[in-house]
Design a protein around this ligand. Sequence first.
Ligand code: HEC
Length: 136
Amino acid sequence: MQRLFFSLILIILIGCGNKSPVNIYESEGYKNLSANDIKIGESIWASTCFRCHMYGSMGAVSVNDKKHFDELAAKGFEQLSKRVTDGMEGARGVMPPKGSCYSCSKDELEKAVYYIFHLAQKAHEIEITKNVSNEK
Ligand code: HEC
């Protein structure tokens, strides 16, 4: 009986310690993005993140790779925005701290992180690359 009791406590402890991150697409932060948040995220995307993550330059993964971004989303917002803030070394290239947007505030950077996932989700609906190259 005592053993059962301790096993239960152990299971509860392990269960709580292992709290898995919330997928970005299911997070409150993502669902509650306002039109203005998206606009701010987009402007930062266009001035910095775009250079590497649009076509996958400098060893970055392109937003057109929806599968990759879906897998990333599962890591949760906290970890991903920390990676962007600190910078990271990927398998094929390096992302500078703050995704090289050195004048960005923490808040702006976070909006850019949400935006990149917003964009990746759209990528399979509209093929951005084609639309851009077809524009005159
Ligand atoms: C100089 C190129 C460059 C710029 C600019 C850049 N990145 Fe990156 N980024 C990379 C590389 C390289 C990686 C690692 C490979 C990958 O996952 O794409 C990366 C990874 C990431 C990841 C995945 C992190 C993880 O945990 O695997 C996210 C999210 C990201 N970048 C978002 C951004 C955002 C948002 C911006 C703009 C604020 C930005 N990046 C600007 C090159 C860049």
